[in-house]
Each structure stands twice: as C-alpha cells, then as structure tokens.
Design a protein around this ligand. Structure first.
Ligand SMILES: NC(=O)c1ccc[n+]([C@@H]2O[C@H](COP(=O)([O-])OP(=O)(O)OC[C@H]3O[C@@H](n4cnc5c(N)ncnc54)[C@H](OP(=O)(O)O)[C@@H]3O)[C@@H](O)[C@H]2O)c1
Length: 321
C-alpha cells in the first residue's frame, strides 16, 4: 500500500483555504496539516481546525529561508490560499519548497482565466510567484476556478438575497454576453483533492467549473428561480474603461491603500471578464489550461442554479463573515 501524501495548507482560515481544507479532509486520503503565521496561531479559527485533529505548523513567511525549509520538512504537497494582498509573501516559500524537496507546490491562483501579465494586478502578483517556481524548477500545479457562484448573482427587487451579497447590485457589464467560467466556492476543495493526486496535472495549469454563463444567462436563471423581474442596470464597455482608468490612477498615487487596490481589482476583473472576455473555456484552452471536468467526469459540481436556489431559501452565507 502506498503511504498517504502529507499536505500542508496555507490560508486554511480564509474562504478559499476553508474550502480546500474541507475538500482534503472529505477525501480522507491525505495527512493534512496547516501552516499559520505566529500572530494567528491563537485565533479561535485555528484552534477549531486543530480540534479536528489537524496538525498546525507555525511560521512567519518572512522568516529566513532555512527556517521555512525546516517548517516544510516531510511535506509532499504544499498548497497556498493566501489572501490577495499578501501574494508576494510566498517568495521565500518557493525557495524553501525547493530546498525541502516538496513534490508539488500549488501556489495561490484560484482566480479567473486571464493573460499572464499586464491585464490584472492580482494576476501579475500571482505570476511573479509562478515565475519564481519555474525559474527554480519546482514541481507545481496552477489551479484557477473562474468566478465563485457566491459573488456572481444579482440583487432581486424584494431584497431576499441581500443578506448574502457583499455589494447588492444588478448591473450588466458591456452588454452581458461574454461567457464566464463559474465554480461554487464549496467545490474548490473537492477539485483540489482530485488534482493533487493526479500525475497528469503536474507542472500544468488547470481550471475548474460547474457552469459557463454570460451575465444575461445568469440574470435569466435568477429571474426564473426567484419569480422576480430584475431591472438590469447597464454599464457600457466605455464606462468600464473609464472606471478602470480612474482606479489605475488612484493606485499609481497610493499603491498601498487597500481600498485603492480593491477598486482596481474590481475594475480589472470587469474589464477582463466582460470587455476582453478572458474568463472562458476557449481562452483557457488557448493558454494551455487543462479542463478539470474532462479529467474528472464523475465529479458533479454544484451548479449556479442550485447555489442560487439555496441562497433564495435563506441557506446562503455572506462570504468573509
Ligand atoms: N475566483 C474568485 O471568485 C475569487 C474570489 C475571492 C478571492 N479569490 C482568490 O482567492 C485567493 C485567496 O483569497 P481568499 O479571499 O479566499 O482569502 P481570505 O479569505 O482573505 O483568506 C486569506 C488567508 O491567507 C492567510 N494569510 C494572509 N496573509 C498571511 C501571511 N502573511 N502569512 C500567513 N497566512 C496569511 C490568512 O490567515 P490569517 O488567519 O492569519 O489572517 C487567511 O487564512 C486570493 O488570492 C484571491 O485572488 C478568488
């Protein structure tokens, strides 16, 4: 019998990391451990995970490389789901993964399909880490997921789904016809558990999905399921470009202000998804991504329609709360 892979997860207290932790534990075929920073080691969320029998390794990502290498001792697979503002902190971790002989590093990707540079600041930061991985010849897998269902539905007039929305809005962007890859946040971990056991995904890009839907199709589903007519606000491609230019200038003036960065992330997401039409299977294939549904046809992901019906039923959850 082959021994279980020892998997170390960074970011387990976050949204993406929480899904990955659940998926790894549900698979029941890994020795799962988590990596947390010293300032978070006493957090209730970390204690709750430890109470489930998951070993906790504590290390500062800014620690010297040899210290981080020791932290990674005995790890087969290292997965990072670090938050969007801290992506570059994975740099020493890449070198430590190389020194520690980690067999697969899954750096923090988990976003939409986009070109490697110049389109999205978020992607640029991630690609800087991918480049370090490639430069040092570290075995890896880059996993993208499109956009989460949980942040893809519009507001309905009755306000019934406002409780699960970070920004209750009903806007159609650039005509709303660009196809978009969508994955339920809860399915990310289930896909990850399959991907890290699979030699076909080593040193590859791969994307997960349950649906590919345009905004107009999403609004149609939401109307059908809720029985409510949605007033569709429109933002044109030109308006998105103007918003993007404003957000870029704000970041050029002050790049450390988190609000400036978030506004730019959002404008760049909208431009990439709806104006350029990046987040779709044809472009993923062009960039060389594998399709997780082709590799795992038996994995039945939660559809956008199912997810929205749950939210309508009051069984949704506001992300980050
Ligand atoms: N596809 C989509 O629709 C979508 C949506 C949202 C996000 N994302 C992507 O998913 C990725 C993860 O984001 P998220 O929103 O899931 O994250 P999140 O909920 O903000 O959680 C971030 C995690 O990173 C940990 N962390 C942050 N800085 C750290 C550090 N210096 N050292 C150790 N741990 C650190 C946090 O731990 P603590 O407990 O110590 O704070 C937390 O566990 C992002 O890169 C983002 O681009 C994608």
């Amino acid at each position: 019998m082959t021994s279980k892979q020892r998997v170390l997860l960074l970011g387990a207290t976050g949204e993406t990391g929480g899904s990955i932790l659940a998926g790894l534990l549900e698979a029941n075929q890994f020795d799962v451990e988590i990596l947390v920073r010293p300032s978070s080691s006493e957090k209730p969320a970390v204690k709750q995970i430890a109470d489930r029998g998951v070993n906790v390794r504590v290390s500062d990502l800014n620690a010297p490389e040899n210290e981080l290498t020791a932290t990674l001792s005995g790890i087969d697979v290292l997965i990072s789901a670090i938050g969007p503002h801290d992506l570059l902190q994975q740099k020493t971790l890449v070198r430590a993964a190389k020194s520690a002989g980690v067999k697969r590093f899954v750096p923090c990707a988990f976003i939409t399909i986009a070109p490697p540079k110049g389109g999205m600041m978020l992607r640029d930061d991630k690609e800087e880490i991918y480049n370090e991985i490639k430069r040092l010849v570290v075995p890896h897998t880059i996993i993208d997921v499109g956009f989460w269902h949980q942040i893809s539905f519009p507001r309905v007039p009755s306000g019934r789904v406002d409780y699960a929305m970070m920004m209750p809005k009903a806007t159609i962007h650039a005509g709303g016809n660009a196809p978009n890859i969508l994955t339920d946040l809860r399915d990310i971990g289930r896909f990850v558990a399959r991907i890290i056991e699979d030699d076909r995904t080593l040193n590859k890009y791969i994307y997960t999905w349950s649906d590919v839907l345009s905004e107009n199709e999403i609004f149609d589903i939401v109307q059908q399921v809720s029985g409510e007519e949605i007033e569709r606000e429109q933002e044109s491609a030109q308006e998105i470009e103007e918003r993007l230019a404003k957000a870029s200038s704000a970041v050029a003036e002050n790049s450390t202000d988190p609000m400036n960065r978030i506004m730019l992330y959002m404008a760049q997401y909208d431009y990439s998804k709806y104006v350029r039409g990046d987040n779709q299977p044809a472009y993923a294939k062009f960039l060389g991504y594998l399709d997780a549904r082709e590799l795992y046809p038996d994995l039945k992901p939660i559809s956008f329609r199912e997810c929205f019906a749950e939210v309508l039923d009051g069984k949704g959850r506001l992300p980050y709360h």
